[in-house]
Design a protein around this ligand. Structure first.
Ligand code: SAM
Length: 221
């Protein structure tokens, strides 16, 4: 049983099949990390592998975990040399790798969990980060996103939406919408490097604001 039947159903229908590296991630990683063969990297929620070719091109030692069997099977087929490094699992329960990482990141993955699962994931993920290592979070949905006020609230977390009636996020819930101060509190004890709220104003078919946080924190040496 996958951690989320919704993600599994989505990928098995060929939907959300993003296959290009996300530009904000590329930009943060280039600016903040010494990308190269020495860099041990962990992606939480790699999905269909949009960010894999970027790290492989840099020669980094890439690892990932995702809860969808379809996604993991497809990545093992595409990147057979990474079979041991890309694993199936629920990152809120366990980080299934030994040793520590120079960079841990997620792009729109933790934000598809309730706050208590985000907390328990970060407990494992931040202890897997080397002293001086960096966490990059890209596309954590913001409270200012138009969809934060649509759909139905999760019974245990009112900022997580579980049932949208329409729109780009229908069928891949939960989606959690964060306040800036919640992000600071989740990364308490780490040093902020940068945080931005990326606001996209869609003009059609309806006027919609798709806003999300991009940020980076460094663990103390
Ligand atoms: C929006 S997709 C992002 C995929 C990829 N990071 C990208 O940038 O294209 C979110 C991914 O996170 C995974 N995910 C979310 N919560 C998870 C959890 N608790 N454990 C494992 N995978 C999870 C989903 O299966 C999905 O593949």
């Amino acid at each position: 049983m996958p951690f989320s039947q919704l993600w599994e159903d989505t990928y098995s229908k060929g939907l959300q099949n993003s296959r290009w590296p996300w530009s904000q991630l590329v930009s943060f990683a280039h600016r903040l990390c010494d990308l190269g063969p020495g860099l041990r990297v962990l992606e939480l929620g790699c999905g269909m592998g949009a960010n894999v070719p970027f790290f492989l091109a840099k020669g980094s030692d890439y690892h990932a975990i995702d809860g969808s069997q379809t996604a993991i099977r497809s990545l093992h087929k595409e990147f057979p040399s990474l079979k041991k490094n890309i694993v199936l699992g629920d990152f809120s329960k366990n980080i299934p790798f030994g040793g520590q990482f120079d960079l841990v990141f997620d792009r729109a993955a933790l934000t598809h969990n309730t706050l208590s699962d985000v907390r328990s994931c970060l407990k494992g993920a931040l202890s897997a980060l080397k002293p001086g290592g960096i966490y990059i979070g890209i596309s954590w949905f913001s409270k200012n996103n138009s969809y934060a006020k649509r759909g139905k609230a999760h019974p245990q977390d009112s900022a997580a939406i579980v049932e949208f009636v329409e729109g780009p996020y229908k069928g891949i819930e939960p989606m959690r919408f964060f306040e800036e101060n919640e992000i600071f509190s989740l990364f308490e004890g780490l040093k902020l490097i940068e945080i931005e709220e990326e606001i996209v104003r869609k003009k059609n078919p309806d006027e919609t604001v798709l806003s999300a946080w991009n940020f980076a924190f460094r663990k103390a040496e």
